[in-house]
Design a protein around this ligand. Structure first.
Ligand code: 0RA
Length: 648
C-alpha cells in the first residue's frame, strides 16, 4: 500500500468509504449471509464491543431496544468510543471505528476481545449495511453524536450537551436493499444470545425491550443477569432433567494467561450436552479446549475407579471416552488472548497450548471433587458402566440393522417407496405420518426424485430412552436404513454424512396436536443422533394447507392460515360466487393431486428449513419439550405458545 502524505486528507477519506463500499458489494463475505442469520449478526457485532468493554471491567449494563420503526438501539455504560483525533488518519477516533473496516476493535490490544472471533468484522460493517446509523457517546463530561446513511457520514461529529455518565449508544436500521429476505428482528433469537452472554459474563446485566406494536411483535421485555455465571447456565440447561448432584461442580483456574472456567453436572438422561465458549463465542465444532476437557474427565474418573476398585481391572468391559459423558451437562468457558479459529464454520479452536491448560485445571480439580464426594463419584461411575453396556448393545443393534438390510431387497426398508434416480443431491425423502397419508403421497409424488417413507404410530421419545432401545425401534430403524448414514452423536460414532441418500429430508405431518408431537419427536431424534443433518440444512418441514375453498367451475383455492382464508372468501363473495370451505383435518383427507399441488410440488410448495441458531437454546427446547418433568414443559409451552417455532 502506498504511503500517504498527511496532506492526503481527502484521499484517505475516500479510501475509508471504499472500504465500506466493499462490504455493501459483498455483504455475505463479512456477515455470513444476508438472510435472518446475517441480520441478527449485526446485533452481535455491536454488542460485542460492549462486551469487550465489560471484559476489561469498564461496563456492566447493556440495554437493547427493538424500536417501533424496526431499528435497534444498543446502549452500554462503557468508556464511550474515543473521540480524540486519530494520529495517523487525522480523523476523530470514533469516525475511524465506525467507518473503517476492521478498525472496530480497540487500538490498544485488549486481552480477550470478542472481535477477531467468528466474524468480528467490527461495527463499521453494521454501519455500511444500515440505511440509518447513529452513535451517541458520553465521554469526558460531553455528549457527542454522529450520523450516517449506508455508511456515509451525514452528521459529522458534534457536541450536543453535557453529561456525568460515560457510555455508547448505537442505533441502526438495517438496509432493506441488502437484507432482501427480512429486516425484522426476532425477539427470541436476540434473547437466546443475550441470555448466553449473561451466563458467560456474570457481572453484566442485559436488558432487552421490544417496543414494536404489530400483531406478531412487541410488548416483550426480559432482563438477563446471572450472578452464578456458568453454574447458573448448567442449572438452566438441566431444568427439565433430573440432576444426580445437589449442585453443579464448579472449576476455575488459569494457566499461561488462559483463564479456564467449567461447570458440569451429571443427570439421569442419556444425552451429552457439553457447550464450549472461547471469548464468548460458542465453539460448536469443539477444538483443543474440548479435547483437554475430555481427556481430563476420562483420566480422573478412570483413575478414581481403579484406585477405589469400582471397576475391576480384569473386567471385559472396555470404556470409551463418550461413556464418561452420557448424561453430562457442562459449560466450558475459556478466554484465549489470540484465538485461532478453524473448521467449516470457524468455530473450532486450534490453539494447541489451550488443550493442556484446560486439561491441567480440570484434572486437578476433578480429582479433588471425586475424593471429597465419594457417594456421587460412585453413582457417576455406575452410570459410566451402564453407558458402556448400552453402547455395546447399540453396536449389536446396528449390526442387526445392517444384516436386516442386507437380506431385504436392495437393503432398503420394505415400506419405503424409493425414487428412481440415485443422485442424492437431487433426491428427496418425505417422512409421512400414517399409512393413509403415505398412500396419497406415494400416488401424488414425482417418483423420479421423491421417495416416501410412511411412519406408523408413535416414534420413540429419544430424550428418555437409551441408545440401544432407540436402535431397536422399528420406525427409527427404517429411517436409518433409508437415509443411509448410520447414527451417532459424538465424533467416535459412525455417522457418515457422505452416505446420505437424499439431500432433502422432509417431515410431513398433520397440522394438529398429534402431528406436531410426531414432528417434535422426529426432530429430537435428528438433533440428538444425526445432528449434522440439521447443521447442514438437510431437514425440512412440509407445510400442508389448513383450508380448501372450492368455488363454482372447478375453482379451488388453498389457505395456510385464517387470514388468507377470509381474504379468499371475501373475494368470492364480491364476485357473487358460490363456494364451500373445508378444513383439512389430516393429510390423509387430501387426494394425491391436492397433496402434490399444495405440499410436494417444488414449484408451488413452501418448505421450512430446520436450522439451529443457538445450540444451547435448541438443547433447552428439546429437553423441555421431550423431557420427563411435566411442570417445566407446561410452563415452557405456555410462555412460548405464541412464539415457539421448532425451527429455531
Ligand atoms: C475503541 C476504543 C475503545 C473503546 C471502544 C472503541 C468502544 C467501542 C464501542 C462500541 C459500542 N460500545 C463501545 N464501547 C467502546 C477504548 C476506549 C478507551 O481506551 O478509553
Amino acid at each position: 500500500m502506498a504511503k500517504k502524505k498527511s496532506s492526503d486528507y481527502k484521499a484517505s477519506n475516500i479510501q475509508v468509504l471504499e472500504g465500506l463500499e466493499a462490504v455493501r458489494k459483498r455483504p455475505a463475505m463479512y456477515i455470513g449471509d444476508t438472510a435472518q442469520r446475517g441480520l441478527h449478526h449485526l446485533i452481535n457485532e455491536v454488542v460485542d464491543n460492549s462486551i469487550d468493554e465489560a471484559l476489561v471491567g469498564h461496563c456492566d449494563q447493556i440495554q437493547l431496544t427493538i424500536n417501533k420503526d424496526g431499528s435497534l438501539t444498543v446502549t452500554d455504560n462503557g468508556r464511550g468510543i474515543p473521540v480524540d483525533e486519530h494520529p495517523k488518519l487525522k480523523l476523530p477516533a470514533v469516525e475511524v471505528v465506525l467507518t473503517k473496516l476492521h478498525a472496530g476493535g480497540k487500538f490498544d490490544k485488549s486481552s480477550y476481545k470478542v472481535s477477531g472471533g467468528l466474524h468480528g468484522v467490527g461495527v463499521s460493517c453494521v454501519n455500511a449495511l444500515s440505511s440509518e446509523f447513529e452513535a451517541e457517546i458520553h465521554r469526558d463530561g460531553e455528549i457527542y453524536v454522529m450520523g450516517f446513511e449506508f455508511g456515509k457520514t451525514t452528521t459529522p461529529l458534534k457536541k450536543t450537551g453535557k453529561t456525568d455518565k460515560t457510555g455508547t449508544t448505537i442505533r441502526f436500521k438495517p438496509d432493506p436493499k441488502i437484507f432482501t429476505q427480512t429486516t425484522e428482528f426476532k425477539f427470541d433469537i436476540i434473547a437466546d444470545r443475550m441470555r448466553e452472554l449473561a451466563f458467560l459474563n456474570p457481572e453484566i446485566t442485559i436488558e432487552l425491550i421490544d417496543e414494536r406494536e404489530d400483531e406478531d411483535n412487541g410488548g416483550r421485555q426480559e432482563t438477563f443477569h446471572y450472578s452464578g455465571g456458568v453454574r447458573d447456565f448448567v442449572i438452566y440447561l438441566d431444568e427439565s432433567r433430573d440432576p444426580m448432584m445437589d449442585e453443579p461442580i464448579y472449576i476455575e483456574g488459569e494457566v499461561d494467561k488462559v483463564p479456564v472456567e467449567l461447570s458440569m453436572q451429571y443427570n439421569k438422561s442419556f444425552t451429552e450436552n457439553v457447550f464450549s465458549y472461547v471469548n464468548n463465542i460458542n465453539t460448536r465444532e469443539g477444538g483443543t479446549h474440548i479435547s483437554g476437557f475430555r481427556r481430563a474427565l476420562t483420566r480422573s474418573l478412570k483413575s478414581y475407579a481403579e484406585k477405589n476398585k469400582i471397576i475391576k481391572p480384569n473386567s471385559k468391559l472396555s470404556l470409551s471416552g463418550e461413556d464418561f459423558r452420557q448424561g453430562l451437562t457442562a459449560v466450558l468457558n475459556v478466554k484465549v488472548p489470540e484465538p485461532q479459529f478453524e473448521g467449516q464454520t470457524k468455530t473450532k479452536l486450534g490453539n494447541s497450548e489451550v488443550q493442556s491448560a484446560v486439561e491441567v485445571v480440570v484434572y486437578e480439580k476433578m480429582n479433588e471433587y471425586l475424593e471429597q464426594n465419594p457417594k456421587i463419584a460412585k453413582q457417576v461411575l455406575e452410570k459410566v458402566v451402564l453407558a458402556a453396556e448400552a453402547r455395546e448393545a447399540a453396536r449389536k443393534a446396528r449390526q442387526l440393522i445392517q444384516r436386516k438390510s442386507a437380506m431385504g431387497g436392495g437393503g432398503l426398508p420394505g415400506k419405503l417407496a424409493d425414487c428412481s434416480i440415485n443422485d442424492p443431491e437431487h433426491c428427496e425423502i418425505y417422512l409421512v405420518e400414517g399409512d393413509s397419508a403415505g398412500g396419497s403421497a406415494k400416488m401424488g409424488r414425482n417418483r423420479s426424485f421423491q421417495a416416501i417413507l410412511p411412519l406408523r404410530g408413535k416414534i420413540l421419545n429419544v430424550e428418555k430412552a437409551k441408545i440401544n432401545k432407540i436402535l431397536e425401534n422399528n420406525e427409527i430403524q427404517a429411517m436409518i436404513t433409508a437415509l443411509g448414514t448410520g447414527v451417532g452423536h459424538g465424533d467416535e460414532e459412525d455417522f457418515e454424512l457422505d452416505k446420505l441418500r437424499y439431500h432433502k429430508i422432509i417431515v410431513m405431518t398433520d397440522a394438529d396436536v398429534d402431528g406436531s408431537h410426531i414432528r417434535t419427536l422426529l426432530l429430537t431424534f435428528f438433533y440428538r443422533y444425526m445432528k449434522p443433518l440439521i447443521e447442514r440444512g438437510h431437514i425440512y418441514i412440509a407445510t400442508p394447507p389448513l383450508y380448501r375453498i372450492t368455488a363454482s367451475r372447478g375453482q379451488i383455492e388453498y389457505a395456510w392460515d385464517d387470514e388468507t382464508r377470509d381474504k379468499i372468501i371475501k373475494e368470492l363473495r364480491k364476485s357473487n360466487k358460490k363456494f364451500d370451505v373445508s378444513r383439512y383435518k389430516g393429510l390423509g383427507e387430501m387426494n394425491p393431486e391436492q397433496l402434490w399441488e399444495t405440499t410436494m410440488d417444488p414449484e408451488t410448495r413452501t418448505l421450512q428449513q430446520v436450522t439451529v441458531e443457538n445450540a444451547a437454546a435448541a438443547d433447552k427446547m428439546f429437553s423441555t419439550l421431550m423431557g420427563g418433568d411435566v411442570e417445566p414443559r407446561r410452563a415452557f409451552i405456555e410462555k412460548n405458545a405464541k412464539y415457539a417455532t421448532l425451527d429455531i
